[in-house]
Design a protein around this ligand. Structure first.
Ligand code: FAD
Length: 477
């Protein structure tokens, strides 16, 4: 009788896919029987509500994809290093493989696991596949990460194409079943009340859905992306961010698919370059987090530590609920609440409104986005908030205070986006849709400002002056 195949554990992390998964491919090629494992370890930043919902869908999809190849996804909860090492010991596994997650907590837990496995005499394999370029490969002269996007991105581009993505293993042997939690045990999805109806209506999680979204984007909206990406009234972007966040698709897959499309259709080459540079921002944020583990809590520019933020729970609530009286801001905040996402242009305007018009600390907004975005990302969320607030890397200059009316008129010129999310003012004319308070009673057509829709909670000109004065204290410091 031949002896059973050795067991190889594949530890899934922020990489809930089968294709372009170096750790899985390598373990499958070894001929071992695979034990696929996901550990919910909340010793890092606990996920927000919308992300928990997405994670549940994504794990369900991954489990189904593994089941179609005869394998089960084992779910466990607790400190990951201890749990993975314990399972490796108890099952007599020959090896454990995982993909690097280049963040401080991601590296710390992997280092601890590697040390435990070394003590047990079990082989450990950490693979690269998360980023286009690992943080160690893009450093300044003094060995530090770059803080300005353009030189950063030029350095990434100069490295040439990243490795080609790997196909999903067609088949592999499965290790004997071991005990697993169920998804229901983890209570990731809301029940009482079940507020996730809007998320279900707008999204489908999982690797197959991610691949479909990419294909749809490359067949459609990519043509014109460079201009349309700023238009919340158009379906001009890829909507891939939550898929990327949970690793249902890799940035290498995006890179090569987009480059291939551009080679076939040279007319979209400039749009593809723009799309990849947006992916570059994601990468830039990851590198920033790598060098600044406290990105979500500490100003990258220490001068902002003395910024005179105000405290105003009423204003914060009005912003969260989409009741500031500025239609573009309110439409964005309602889009977020209903769908778990917000268009990038509107994210910038809504975030700027919080920190500049309301003078509320960017961390309040970051925390709200963290809880409500399906793509809430430990790097992209704080890095973008710091960028908007002016305290981050390569940040928007402090004196740039977005005017929500002009932004609306420029990027939602017919008011279609505002009408979609604020039905109570949908009957206003296009001239008034971004500034209903300027309407005469006749023009208001049944809208009672201050009742069915709020009056502006701050006057733009007053707020702008106040913001500039507050920022001047930072500059003078
Ligand atoms: P596309 O335009 O199709 O872009 C393709 C991909 O590039 C995106 O999926 C995303 O992964 C990446 N990308 C695009 N813009 C950015 C950017 N500015 N920073 C980092 N990556 C980018 N993005 C997140 O993924 N998670 C967050 O938590 C997040 N929080 C944000 C908070 C604020 C205040 C702001 C201003 C932006 C934030 N973004 C965040 C960036 C951006 O808004 C989203 O990535 C984008 O709206 C996602 O839509 P899309 O996939 O259709 O983007």
């Amino acid at each position: 009788m031949s002896s059973p195949a050795p067991i190889a554990i594949v530890w899934f992390r922020d990489d809930l896919r089968l294709s372009d998964h170096p750790a899985l491919s390598q373990a499958a090629q070894s001929g071992a029987a695979l034990l696929c494992l996901y550990v919910q370890d909340e010793s890092a930043r606990p996920l927000g509500g919308a992300s928990r919902w997405w994670l549940a869908q994504s794990l369900r999809s991954l489990a189904a994809d593994l089941a179609s190849r005869g394998a089960t996804l084992v779910l466990r909860r607790g400190p990951a290093a201890g749990i993975v090492a314990e399972i490796a010991r108890d099952t007599g596994a020959a090896s454990v493989s995982w993909n690097d997650v280049a963040t401080a907590p991601g590296r710390a837990v992997a280092d601890e696991l590697a040390a435990r496995l070394a003590d047990l005499g079990i082989a450990a394999q950490c693979c690269q596949g998360d980023l286009l370029a690992a943080p160690s490969t893009v450093r300044g002269k003094e060995g530090r990460g770059l803080k300005v996007f353009t030189p950063f991105w030029n350095r990434v581009l100069a490295r040439g194409d990243p490795p080609l993505p790997l196909p999903a293993p067609k088949a592999f042997g499965a290790a004997p079943r071991i005990a697993s939690d169920t998804l229901a045990d983890w209570r990731l999805e809301p029940t009482r009340p079940d507020w996730a109806g809007g998320l279900r209506a707008h999204w489908q999680a999982g690797e197959a859905a991610a691949q479909r979204s990419l294909q749809q984007f490359l067949d459609g909206a990519v043509a014109g992306y460079a201009g349309d990406r700023d238009r919340p009234d158009r379906a001009g972007t890829s909507r891939l961010s939550p898929h990327l966040r949970f690793g249902e698709i890799s940035s290498r897959q995006l890179w090569h698919a987009a480059r291939f499309a551009a080679a076939e259709r040279p007319a979209i080459a400039a749009d593809v370059d723009k799309f990849l540079s947006e992916l570059g921002w994601r990468e830039f944020c990851r590198h920033l987090l790598f060098d600044n583990p406290d990105l979500a809590t500490r100003n990258l520019q220490p001068a902002f530590d003395r910024f005179p933020w105000t405290t105003d729970p009423g204003a914060l609530r009005a912003w969260q609920q989409g009741r500031t009286g500025y239609p573009l801001v309110d439409a964005g905040m309602r889009e977020l609440w209903q769908t778990g996402a917000m268009h990038n242009r509107v994210r910038m305007v809504a975030a700027s409104f919080l920190v500049k018009h309301l003078l509320l600390d960017w961390r309040c907004g970051e925390a709200w986005f963290w809880d409500t975005l399906v793509d809430a990302d430990p790097a992209s969320n704080p890095a973008n908030w710091q960028w908007v607030a002016g305290c981050g890397a390569d940040a928007a200059p402090y004196f740039r205070v977005f005017n929500p009316v002009l932004q609306g008129e420029k990027f939602d010129p017919e008011g279609d986006y505002v009408r979609r999310f604020i039905p109570e003012i949908a009957g206003l004319s296009t001239k008034l849709i971004h500034q209903p308070w300027t309407a005469t009673p006749l023009e208001l057509a049944g809208v009672t400002l201050g009742d069915s829709y709020p009056q502006p909670i701050v006057d733009h000109r007053v707020a702008r002056q106040r913001a500039l004065a507050a920022y001047a204290t930072v500059r003078n410091n």
